[in-house]
Design a protein around this ligand. Structure first.
Ligand code: THU
Length: 153
């Protein structure tokens, strides 16, 4: 996957991006979203070539809901450890709606995503009601994430 895609957002998707988006859509089928009905899937491609997926998991105490992106990330870390390296992320939903990652997911992903990581998601187009796949870099999505310097002692 090249950073060229980030610039030329309307270029045909690479086979790798399409594969990742398909994995995200398949994961969305497993979403537990009885309250919103909004079913989201996320797929994380590691540098090793492994793809890890997640889906949103809602709770009747609404604030406890876990988004698909964080679901995929915690699974990736549980399975591959904290030193994993993310190459790309794709997000899909089954609702024909735009679904860029929310701010909370961007902040959580930021600790594991370099600015050049490719992120693909359904975005609203200039035509009302039309959705199209959009790919950009993580740095474009999250230019000013919160950072905390580890304490020296
Ligand atoms: N959701 C995600 O899975 N990812 C996001 O980035 C934003 C929202 C989920 C949470 C909730 O289950 C549903 O979408 C509606 O907000």
């Amino acid at each position: 996957m090249t950073s060229q895609n980030a610039v030329n957002k309307r270029l045909p998707l690479t086979a790798e991006t399409e594969r990742l988006m398909e994995a995200a859509a398949a994961a969305a089928l497993n979403a537990y979203a009885p309250y919103s009905g909004f079913r989201v899937g996320a797929a994380i491609l590691l540098h090793s070539g492994v793809v890890v997926t997640g889906a949103n998991v809602e709770n009747m105490s609404f604030g406890l809901t876990l988004c698909a992106e964080r679901s995929a990330l915690v699974r990736a870390i549980a399975e591959h450890g904290p030193k994993l390296r993310i190459a790309a992320v794709a997000i899909a939903n089954l609702n024909q709606a735009a679904s860029p990652p929310c701010g909370a997911c961007r902040q959580v992903l930021a600790e594991f995503c370099q600015p050049d990581v490719m992120v693909s998601f359904p975005a609203a187009s200039s035509i009302p009601g039309e959705i199209h796949p959009h790919t950009c870099t993580f740095g474009e999505l999250m230019p000013f994430g919160f950072q905390l310097q580890p304490r020296s002692s």
